[in-house]
Write a protein that binds this ligand. Structure first.
Ligand code: UN1
Length: 511
C-alpha cells in the first residue's frame, strides 16, 4: 500500500479495535452514541458513550479518596509506579502510536516519538521521586532552623488537546503521581481511544504496584465535562492545553475559586534566519518545524523572519522542499505529512490563505487539498509557504494548519522586534553562525518566548526542559526542570531548638 491508497473504513475500525484490545480496552464495552472518526479517511472508527458532568463529580470524589492514601506513600515508592508505567508504555509503544495515528493522523515516526516522549517523562519522574528537594535557609535567630517542605497538592485535572493526545497527559500524570497527586483526565473529544488505552496501561501498572485504583481516571465527554472539572473545588490544579480562547475561559474560572491553573495555550512561533546561517541546516530545521505534524503542534513554526540577503535563496530551497514533501496516509512508509484533523481545520487554512493574499501575500508553495478522490471525507493539504512584505493581521493569529509566512528583515533588532510582535510567546529560534546574534536573541532583550533555540527549529522540545510560554500562551510550565513545583504545595517551617523565644526582626514582646 502506498501513501496514495487511503485505507477504508472497515480496515481502520478493525485496526482500532485490535490495537485497543492489546492495550487492555474492549471497545464494545464502551460503545455508545458518540462517533469517533479518523482523519486518515474521515470515516467512523467506533462509537463511545460519554461521561456527564455528574460523572466528573464522582470521579473527583474518588480521586480525593485516593489522595488521602497516596500522599502518605513515600515519594520513591510512588516513583516505582511511574517506573512500571514507563516499562508498559515501552511494551505498547507501537500500539499507542497506532491509536495516535488513527485518531489524529500523526505519521508513524512522530506517533512513536510521542510515545517515546511519554517513556522519557516517566524516566524523568522516577528520578524526580528522589529529588523533590526543599531548601534550608539560615535563620536569623540562634538555635532555629528555617526550611521548606514540599507536600502533595491534591487532585490534578488534566484537559488535553487532540494534537498531543497522549504525551501531554503523561507529562502531567508522571509528575503528578510522583508528587503524590491523583489525576482526572478529560482528553480531547477527538482522541478518546488513545486516552482509554493510556488509562488501561496505567491501570495495569497501578494494580501491579498495589496502588489506589482511582489514582488515575479518564472522563470522556464534551465541553460540559471540561467545565465541571474546571469549576470543581476538589480539583487543586487544573492543567489545560488548548487554544488561547479556551485558556481565557478556563483561567479566570479556576482563579475565581482560588484553584491553581497551569495553562499551555496557543503559539505563533518564529525563526529568525541571519545572513551567516547554514542554509542547508536551516532548511531542514524549518521544514520539520513548519510542515511536520501537518502544522498542528503548538510549537509549529508559523513565521520565518529572514535577512534580505538570504531570503531569495532560502525561499527557493523551501519551495523545492515543500514540493517534494510526501503527503498521504500517515501510516504508510515514507509519508511525512498526514491529514489535517478535520474539514474545519482545512477551511481555517484556506481562510487564512485568502486573508494573506488580500493583505499582500504571495502563495509560493502548496496550500491546496490533496487526495480528495482517494479520501473524500479526509482533508489532506500540501503545506503552504506565503511570502509577505510585513507582519500583517493574519500573521498575528495562530492558524492550526501548515502555513509558513516568510518575511524579510534588514536589521537584527528589527528581526527581534518582529519575533516579539505577536500576542503569543511559546517558541522561537534563530539560525545563525554569528555568536553575538545568537546571544542577543537569547538575552533579556531578545526573544520574549518560553522556548528560545539556536540552530534548531521551534518544535520538538525534549522533556528535560520546562515546556510552556509567555503572554497569551498562558505562562504555565510543564514537563522537566522544576515544573514539578506546580504539582506540590510548599510549607515553610521554622523550628526552635534554643530553649529561648527570640522574635524575628528584633521585636520585643516580653510580659
Ligand atoms: C504541543 O504541541 O502541544 O516540543 C506539545 C514539541 C513537543 C511537544 C508539543 N515535544 O513540539
Amino acid at each position: 500500500m502506498t501513501a496514495h491508497d487511503i485505507p477504508g473504513q472497515s480496515a481502520l475500525a478493525e485496526l482500532a479495535r485490535t490495537t485497543a484490545r492489546r492495550c487492555g480496552v474492549d471497545l464494545d464495552a464502551h460503545a455508545g452514541d458518540r462517533g469517533v472518526s479518523s482523519p486518515v479517511n474521515g470515516e467512523q472508527l467506533t462509537s463511545l458513550s460519554w461521561t456527564s458532568a455528574d460523572g466528573v463529580d464522582a470521579a473527583v470524589a474518588r480521586a480525593q479518596e485516593a489522595f488521602r492514601v497516596w500522599r502518605t506513600v513515600p515519594a520513591p515508592a510512588r516513583g516505582a509506579l511511574v517506573k512500571r508505567l514507563g516499562e508498559l508504555l515501552a511494551v505498547h509503544k507501537d500500539d499507542v502510536a497506532t491509536l495516535i495515528s488513527l485518531e489524529v493522523g500523526k505519521i508513524t515516526s512522530e506517533a512513536r516519538g510521542e510515545v517515546q516522549e511519554m517513556i522519557d517523562i516517566c524516566d524523568f519522574a522516577v528520578g524526580l521521586s528522589r529529588q523533590l528537594y526543599g531548601r534550608t535557609m539560615p535563620s536569623e535567630r540562634p538555635g532555629h532552623r528555617l526550611m521548606e517542605t514540599w507536600h502533595p497538592l491534591g487532585v490534578v485535572g488534566v484537559v488535553s488537546a487532540f494534537n498531543f493526545p497522549a504525551a501531554v497527559w503523561s507529562w502531567n500524570t508522571a509528575v503528578a503521581l510522583v508528587c503524590g497527586d491523583p489525576v482526572v483526565w478529560k482528553p480531547s473529544e477527538l482522541a478518546p481511544l488513545t486516552a482509554l488505552a493510556c488509562q488501561a496501561i496505567l491501570a495495569r501498572a497501578i494494580a501491579e504496584c498495589d496502588a489506589p485504583g482511582d489514582l488515575s481516571q479518564v472522563v470522556v465527554g464534551g465541553a460540559d465535562v471540561g467545565q465541571a472539572l474546571v469549576d470543581h473545588s476538589g480539583v487543586a490544579l487544573l492543567s489545560a492545553t488548548g487554544s488561547t480562547r479556551m485558556g481565557r475561559a478556563v483561567g479566570p474560572r479556576v482563579a475565581d475559586r482560588f484553584g491553581r491553573s497551569l495553562l499551555e495555550l496557543g503559539g505563533n512561533n518564529a525563526a529568525v534566519v541571519g545572513p551567516s546561517a547554514d542554509l542547508d541546516l536551516a532548511t531542514r530545521g524549518i521544514v520539520f518545524s513548519a510542515a511536520g505534524t501537518a502544522g498542528q503542534r503548538c510549537t509549529t513554526m508559523r513565521r520565518l523572519i529572514v535577512h534580505s540577503s538570504v531570503v531569495e535563496e532560502l525561499a527557493d530551497r523551501l519551495v523545492s522542499a515543500y514540493g517534494r514533501l510526501p503527503v498521504g496516509d500517515p501510516m504508510a512508509e515514507g509519508t511525512l505529512v498526514g491529514p489535517l484533523i478535520h474539514g474545519g481545520a482545512y477551511e481555517a487554512m484556506q481562510d487564512a490563505l485568502s486573508r494573506a493574499a488580500a493583505e499582500g501575500g504571495k502563495l509560493v508553495a502548496g496550500g491546496g487539498r490533496e487526495l480528495a478522490d482517494a479520501a473524500p471525507n479526509a482533508y489532506y493539504a500540501r503545506p503552504a509557504l506565503v511570502r509577505l512584505p510585513e507582519q500583517t493581521a493574519v500573521v498575528q493569529r495562530e492558524t492550526f494548519a501548515p502555513i509558513l509566512y516568510v518575511l524579510p528583515y534588514d536589521d537584527f533588532d528589527e528581526a527581534i522586534a518582529l519575533n516579539n510582535a505577536v500576542p503569543q510567546g511559546l517558541s522561537s529560534s534563530v539560525f545563525t553562525n554569528d555568536q553575538a546574534e545568537a546571544e542577543r536573541f537569547l538575552s533579556a532583550e531578545g526573544s520574549d518566548c518560553g522556548i528560545v533555540n539556536v540552530n534548531i527549529g521551534t518544535s520538538g522540545a525534549e522533556i528535560g526542559g520546562a515546556f510552556g510560554g509567555e503572554k497569551e500562551t498562558g505562562g504555565g510550565r510543564e514537563s522537566g526542570s522544576d515544573a514539578w513545583r506546580a504539582y506540590m504545595r510548599r510549607a515553610t517551617n521554622t523550628v526552635n531548638y534554643s530553649g529561648e523565644l527570640p522574635l524575628a526582626q528584633g521585636v520585643d514582646f516580653s510580659v
